[in-house]
Design a protein around this ligand. Sequence first.
Ligand code: CFM
Length: 546
Amino acid sequence: MPSSAKKLVNWTPTDIKADMLAKYPPKVARKRASQILVNEALGNETPEISANVRTIPGIITMRGCTYAGCKGVILGPTRDIVNITHGPIGCGFYSWLTRRNQTDASAEGAENFMPYCFSTDMQDQDIIFGGEKKLQAAIQEAYDLFHPKAIAIFATCPVGLIGDDIHAVARKMKAKFGDCNVFAFSCEGYKGVSQSAGHHIANNKIFSEVVGENDAEKPGEFKINLLGEYNIGGDGFEIDRILKKCGITNISTFSGNSTYDQFASAHKADLSAVMCHRSINYVADMLETKFGIPWIKVNFIGAKSTAKSLRKIAEYFGDPGLTARVEEVIAEEMPAVEAVIDDVLPRTKGKTAMLFVGGSRAHHYQDLFAEMGMKTLAAGYEFAHRDDYEGRQVIPGLKVDADSRNIEEIEVKADEQRYAPRKTSEEMAKLEAAGLKFKEYDGLIPDMDHQTLVIDDLNQYEAEKLVEIIKPDVFCAGIKEKFSIQKLGIPMKQLHSYDSGGPYAGFQGAVNFYHEIDRLVNSKVWSYMKAPWQENPELSATYVWE
Ligand code: CFM
């Protein structure tokens, strides 16, 4: 019998939670209990979850570090900035090209430094005597070799511990070069409880050092920034294809397939559309405060969500031509999507999924599964904050803990010359009255069914326990989880790297995803997980001479 056929019948989510906690010492169990929630969201009553807190030492978390969030996630996908890791070579090497953020450097004269790994390769003597001179030499060498528009420096743990002043070095080199922006990120791995702190540090610096640097007018109509889209597996290419077809101009993506100039020109857009709220909401807020650009939450994961997001953008601009064009594009794209849904639905309907990914995908991908008639039984983020679970209305009440205090708060004010509200307050009020919500994200919990499980910072032990009890038809997480889950006989789809697949965003991406999940959940290979002698220990044999 395939493992997926053995469904849980007698477990309630409350039992499952109790079973997951049973093995922990009381103090650990108490802490984890506040991060494991049986969803009982009702109307405006969203239950509270504990999130963005330290992982208990000894627990094998799925999280990454602050350096990963800053250097890897936010700045990694920008092709024409030289990114130098100040630290031991391992930090640079292992963070180099491991995320499948694609870029298109085919245009004439386009620079692409992403295939290079830049590191100061700190040694014992640099730790003892300081690494600033070495950093300065590395910046000079990168400048001499490549003459880039910008050089970014990323601190790893030892840099913070020994106290190298990377910002002073950056300022000195920037002044020396004159034609190359040099800036540094204090994103030591230990700075926060996860990569989330790295996003915040990256957002602050990129906003204060780069955004607004290029005041040249950008051509095109209906100018938007696409924030929190990282072009994993080509997602950004598909979204750009759709936006272009609709006649919407994408000034700047943070940061998939991006360039330095896109960041520098982001203040020229008239709307920010936010995909991954967790990683980039800081930039969206700062663009509004400083330049008057409103932001809305969008989601291009799922065909229906893509159509909805396009309609939201059109609604904002309120141009009849754009609205008509968006409807035409949706009408053109949907038949191909629906044909594939009709094909896979008889095989995927009623199947179940679990999603434990970063800070936004565990939510966004539920839309794709819903389109396939699949139910999400349990989901959670690695490092999101309470607002990503419960909605942004909780932000004013969030506690600032010791870890968040490590992150520099920057003060952003309206720009004296360049602040220009894109809509009058009456226009904004009218749009809001018509249902367009600004600066709003409702989070994952209200979107999930009752009696599902919402779990923050799921760990290796709990993941295996959940899979053993619930036996979902597919489990979605990352490479660290992939093989331990597959060993339990459950197909596993990586939703960080997409394994080697993608794109999964937009209309064509949805089609790719339906095919991939259909293939995974209907594969017969999982029924052969047990060797014949494991299934039937009494297996007998006879000797040939008998
Ligand atoms: Fe945003 Fe991301 Fe995510 Fe993220 Fe990430 Fe990623 Fe992610 Mo991996 S920025 S929070 S830090 S959507 S790398 S592209 S897949 S954990 S869910």
